[in-house]
Design a protein around this ligand. Structure first.
Ligand code: XMP
Length: 514
């Protein structure tokens, strides 16, 4: 069955993917297309609704991005958000005004018509405004449906209610009932039914991959993390054993992690998996290295080297390895797309792309957010202990042993981390905490055990709440749980006589210590 499709015309706004996500959350299939897509191509897709995104331009500038105006006459409901809304106003003869100052923040919205997109939104809500221009005068045959103190047209609609412009951003969390506003546009204004889910996404994507790769082969660097796991399982469903997964065990994984990855993916999922035990190789390269960025660089480079070697071996064996599968997800795309932001840490993803690859990339998760990837993984029956895994950095424990890395230090942090994670799980806190792990700061302090003086390691515990890892707060673990964790760590892990808990948010700290 062909799904009803909603098209999102992207005018370069920072929230276009978020709009798509909200549509998917409403269980409706959508596609993002460039704003200048031709009318014929749009018609070919037979959209049931169209959303025009925001964007950084001014509609009255000469080269402002415009869509084909005919799309407003297709009889399909169109909702323009911010720039998209201003464009609609301009096309129909309204006026877009430039304000003296930018209106930014959560602003009280005065809803004047409780129908259409505002149906059943009867309480006072705040919406996120972020604009300099606004619709100053609505076109003929349009009515104002909401306003704010500074913005006379926070929303407008055409007489038949099918063309809607809004100045605020319903797609962001800072707009109260934003999801309902979008759902109202889809269900109420456009008459769509929620008939699509992440299972459909997986099925469609698997078909697409089948077509793309055909009878060629693909390789994939499997790290054991959620993203590469879900990507690999999807491609495996599409091309079977023609997908060869390479799992590089760099010796910096958590307790039992290497074996678990092997067991789940080779035995349960029947993936064609090569495990490369490169522990010694990584450790010898890292010996004596103290600087965190240097560690990341070494691990990143060594990873690529190991991967290339395996690839060459495979290429000698098979002729048609043309594709490389990557578990890239949307936040990775945004992060790597910003060239102005300061490099706080050069994130290295094990499974990262060697620079000189002669492969075609297959990135089935490129448009999804983390929790959507988890939903796809669940639909693919990947075990919850993999799907719900907390984020784990590519360089692994190397950036959780502060200073130089030795086998002994890795063992201490690995064991302490295991005990900590077990206790969090037992306390039922694992779902509430975004990331929790042990760090070995490399300081030794004096303690007393039995009658004996000790002079040994301090372990630091880090647990944070976050929604995306960009900012975070330290998790308020109850004191009695912390007390139990402290005792369990000291009693069960050798060479630790002190446990400290990190109570810094991000910023000013980062989540990882290095
Ligand atoms: P920070 O420490 O920058 O971490 O606050 C934010 C999130 O990113 C993870 N992280 C990394 N992930 N390679 C990765 O794949 C890295 O080099 C890296 N450094 C940090 C960190 O665990 C947290 O989830």
């Amino acid at each position: 069955m062909q799904n009803d499709v909603v098209l999102i015309l992207d005018f370069g706004g920072q929230y276009s993917q978020l709009i798509a996500r909200r549509v998917r959350e409403a269980n409706i299939y959508c596609e993002i297309i460039p704003y200048n897509y031709s009318l014929d191509k749009i018609k070919e897709k037979n959209p049931k609704a169209i959303i025009l995104s925001g964007g950084p331009s001014n509609v009255f500038e000469e080269n402002a991005p415009k869509c084909d105006e005919e799309l407003f006459k297709m009889g399909v409901p169109v909702m323009g958000i911010c720039y998209g809304g201003q464009l609609m106003a301009q096309v129909f003869g309204g006026e877009v005004t430039r304000a003296d100052t930018r209106e930014y923040g959560q602003i009280k919205l005065d809803i004047m018509h409780n129908d259409g997109i505002f149906e059943s939104i009867n309480e006072e809500i705040k919406c996120l405004m972020s604009h300099t221009n606004f619709i100053g005068k609505v076109p003929e045959n349009f009515v104002i449906t909401a306003r704010t103190k500074a913005c006379p047209v926070a929303a407008m609609k055409s007489q038949d209610g099918k063309l809607i412009a809004i100045q605020f951003h319903p797609e962001v969390e800072h707009t109260d009932r934003g999801k309902d506003i979008i759902a109202n546009f889809l269900y109420n204004v456009s008459g769509l039914k929620p008939n699509w889910d992440m299972g459909d996404f997986a099925k469609e994507m698997i078909e697409q991959i089948k077509d793309e790769i055909g009878d060629k082969r693909a390789i994939c660097a499997l790290s054991g993390g959620v993203d590469s796991a879900v990507a690999a399982v999807m491609v495996n469903r599409a091309i079977g054993s023609n997908l060869i997964c390479i799992f590089v065990d760099h010796g910096l994984l958590r307790k039992n992690e290497g074996d678990q990855v092997e067991e789940v993916f080779r035995d349960k999922f029947n993936l064609n998996l090569i495990r490369v035990n490169a522990q010694e190789r990584f450790l010898s390269k890292l010996a004596g290295v103290v600087d965190p960025e240097e560690k990341r660089k070494i691990i990143g480079e060594e990873f690529i080297r190991v991967f290339e070697e395996e690839k060459e071996k495979l290429k000698a064996q098979y002729e048609n390895i043309d594709f490389l599968v990557q578990g890239t997800i949307y936040p990775d795309v945004i992060e790597s797309g910003t060239d102005k932001a300061d490099v706080i840490k050069s994130h290295h993803n094990v499974g990262g792309l060697p620079e000189d690859v002669d492969f075609k990339l297959v990135e089935p998760l490129r448009q999804l957010f983390k929790d959507e990837v988890r939903a796809v993984g669940t639909k693919l029956n990947i075990p919850q202990e993999i799907v719900q895994r907390q984020p784990f950095p590519g360089p692994g424990l190397a950036i959780r042993v502060i200073g130089d890395i030795t086998e002994e230090k890795l063992e201490i942090v690995r064991e302490a981390d295991w005990v900590f994670r077990e206790e969090i799980r037992k306390a039922g806190l694992d779902k509430d905490i975004w990331q929790y792990f042990a760090v070995l700061p490399g300081i030794k302090t004096v303690g007393v055990m039995g009658d004996e003086r000790t002079h040994t390691h301090t372990i630091a515990l880090r647990a944070v709440t976050s929604s995306d890892g960009m900012t975070s707060d330290w998790a308020r673990i109850p004191f009695d749980v912390l007390n139990k964790i402290s005792k369990e760590v000291v009693n069960n892990v050798e060479n630790i006589n002190r446990v400290v808990y990190d109570i810094t948010s991000k910023p000013p700290a980062t989540i990882e210590w290095e």
